[in-house]
Design a protein around this ligand. Structure first.
Ligand SMILES: NC(=O)c1ccc[n+]([C@@H]2O[C@H](COP(=O)([O-])OP(=O)(O)OC[C@H]3O[C@@H](n4cnc5c(N)ncnc54)[C@H](O)[C@@H]3O)[C@@H](O)[C@H]2O)c1
Length: 283
């Protein structure tokens, strides 16, 4: 199959590698000439309006999806891999008249190709079962369980998953802040807690730094903005964000001023430096 990929960043590169390894001819388009050269050096061809691929994968930042869609050559199937707010795929399908499928990516930035080759599951978000079935066929050799669901559900799952991971990190960071006050190693607490099968190891074993990367804080902001737009102010998710800011601020202070978090709190209690809440505009 001839497949087009628009956007050769983290997700686009991993998508290209998977598709090439599954035996497809992959043509790439990117606005960045350096990335395009990289794609060519790795065996991808050029995607332009002269070719009509059988499917096109959009892997650009969410703010650029419309523009990427407008520049995409005609093809029977267009697959969105960008993390978009719930309802976007359905709305863009109606607006553009292009049959769109939402296929969220769950890779980690440290191991993108490995993760893209062996995802725990695949969610194919699509109103049209036949179209979803064709996308499932493309990835069938990976032997990964998949679910065919309406695109709005798949979009919500992607945001809920990242909000869940962010919440776990912030939960353990809050436990870490409390542990520091009494000189207890929070990582030992986390490891021991995760011996209980009801507790996830995610965040329990590794915490102490704010949730970072390109996705977790961004996707949490997107989910909060989406909820607020619908008239609901999410209390837990906003606290998760707030804890992350506090941990980030303390880390920066500790690095810049060579102060430990305990010293920071002593100085704040003595009124010698601003409290973290006033400093980061939360007070
Ligand atoms: N990075 C991750 O771990 C990850 C995981 C899952 C989902 N996502 C989502 O996937 C999307 C892409 O993320 P990424 O990390 O691959 O981004 P990235 O910044 O690494 O790559 C995006 C690429 O798209 C190109 N681009 C931008 N606008 C374009 C346009 N109009 N036409 C052609 N090319 C264009 C850029 O030059 C860049 O090479 C985002 O919505 C992100 O949230 C990312």
């Amino acid at each position: 199959m001839i497949v087009g990929v628009i956007g050769y960043g983290v997700v686009g590169t991993a998508t290209c590698e998977v598709l090439k390894r599954l035996g497809h001819t992959v043509l790439v388009k990117d606005t960045d000439p350096v990335r395009i050269e990289r794609a060519y050096s790795r065996g991808c061809g050029a995607l332009n309006q002269d070719v009509e691929p059988e499917s096109v994968f959009i892997c650009v930042p969410e703010g650029n999806v419309r523009e990427a869609l407008a520049s995409a050559p005609c093809s029977p199937i267009t697959v969105l891999r960008s993390t978009v707010p719930p309802g976007t795929t359905e709305r863009l399908s109606a607006e553009t008249g292009r049959p769109l499928v939402f296929l969220p990516e769950t890779l980690r930035e440290a191991t993108p190709i490995w993760d893209a080759m062996s995802p725990p599951f695949m969610l194919i978000g699509c109103q049209d079962k036949e179209l979803g079935g064709i996308v499932a066929e493309i990835f069938a050799p990976l032997m990964v369980p998949y679910a065919l669901v309406p695109s709005t559900i798949a979009e919500m799952v992607k945001l809920a998953l990242n909000a869940h991971f962010h919440t776990l990190i912030s939960f353990w960071n809050e436990i870490h802040l409390i542990c520091e006050l009494i000189g207890v190693p929070s990582h030992v607490v986390g490891v021991l807690c995760s011996l209980d099968p009801r507790v996830s190891t995610y965040g329990a074993r590794m915490h102490g730094d704010p949730a970072g990367g390109t996705c977790l804080p961004k996707d949490l902001r997107q989910l909060i903005a989406f909820a607020e737009d619908k008239g609901y102010a999410p209390m837990l998710l906003k606290s998760v964000q707030r804890i992350n800011e506090i941990v980030r601020w303390e880390g920066e202070e500790a690095r810049n001023g060579h102060r430990s978090p305990t010293e920071l709190r002593d100085l704040q209690a003595a009124g010698l430096i601003p409290t973290r809440d006033s400093e980061i505009g939360l007070a």
